[in-house]
Design a protein around this ligand. Structure first.
Ligand code: HEM
Length: 297
């Protein structure tokens, strides 16, 4: 299989920076390839990691032969009480590493590289909160695939169009921590589907069908629809939440989970976590293999 962008799987970073861009109408493929190459060179000279991904229109234009058919713009989801907005953009950059200063240096360099061809639409610093907790206080990532299972969950397999690449989904969520924090711990645990101190999954009747875990732990024809999550908390004292970031071998895996969260799938239940947090962005991307990225002209 073509080598993936290795930075997807680099774990342990305490600092993150997310950039989303819209392509300038006048920028042609050659100019965009130049921006990508300049950003890659900056990453090679940096101690921190960078992943670059593209919205469906931009990637199809840059590399039609390497574009999986399933790559589509994110569409808004309208549930009974909640909506997931679509803010599909064209270029996504994720910088992450051990130190905030090194991460910002590379984010600045990547931004300079994309300035001639793109307009910034999201520019967000994020971080690891305590022992990998979401700002709600729950450990995030417990059920994430590990070791080689990450590759199976995240990458388009050998022999398929776009092999070694990954479908990517991002959503910026804004939490209402005051409302969530006013609930008893047992009620918070029922909403997530895990215990708060040590992230033990609730079992049997203790696990509500509307918990976050019940909505996102999905099997289709006996196959667990695993995705590889790399979300990070962000924010200030007045606005804060989670930048949700996930990689998948097939975008259906992500869409099925979203449809179940918003209550537009099968049993009509919705994820009660979204009573306490609302998505304000949403985009699908494709993170091509390293070879496909380097081959751009
Ligand atoms: C407000 C936004 C979100 C928060 C705070 C959040 C938080 C969490 C937490 C605390 C867990 C339990 C621990 C773990 O296994 O990681 C979890 C599990 C999970 N979440 Fe989320 N999440 C959010 C959004 C999403 C979205 C949008 C998706 C899918 C598109 C998703 C997919 C998953 C999956 C697949 C699991 C593991 C389920 C399992 O197999 O047990 N999450 N999330």
């Amino acid at each position: 299989m073509p080598e993936p962008q290795r930075a997807i799987f680099h774990e342990g970073s305490r600092h993150h920076h997310f950039l989303e861009y819209s392509l300038n109408g006048a920028a042609d493929n050659a100019a965009l390839a130049q921006s990508i190459s300049a950003a890659r060179k900056a990453a090679e000279a940096s101690p921190v990691a960078m992943v670059v991904a593209f919205g469906p229109k931009a990637w199809r234009r840059l590399s039609p032969d390497q574009t999986p058919e399933a790559l589509c713009d994110f569409q808004p989801i309208t549930g009974a009480n909640h909506q997931a907005p679509a803010t599909q953009r064209d270029v996504f950059v994720w910088v992450h590493g051990e130190h905030h200063d090194d991460v910002l240096d590379l984010a600045l360099a990547a931004n300079k590289a994309f300035q001639p061809t793109c307009a910034p639409a999201l520019d967000l610093a994020a971080f690891v909160y305590h022992d990998s907790r979401d700002l709600t206080g729950f450990i995030d990532g417990s059920a994430n695939p590990k070791d080689d299972a990450r590759i199976d969950a995240a990458l388009v397999p050998d022999g398929e169009v776009g092999a070694g690449g990954a479908f990517v989904f991002t959503q910026r969520w804004v939490h209402d921590l005051e409302a969530f924090g006013s609930l008893a711990t047992e009620d918070q645990e029922r909403i997530i589907g895990r215990t708060k101190p040590d992230s033990i999954e609730l079992e049997g009747d203790a696990m509500p069908p509307w918990s976050h875990v019940s909505r996102t732990d999905v099997k289709i024809d006996g196959v667990a629809q695993k995705i590889y999550r790399r979300s990070a908390p962000y924010g200030t004292a007045t606005e804060h939440g989670l930048y949700f970031l996930a990689f998948a071998c097939d975008p259906t895996r992500i869409q099925v989970q979203l449809d179940r969260m918003y209550g537009v799938a099968d049993d009509g239940e919705y994820d009660h976590l979204i009573d306490y947090s609302r998505a304000v962005t949403g985009s699908y991307w494709f993170a091509p293999s390293q070879q496909a990225l380097v081959a751009l002209k």
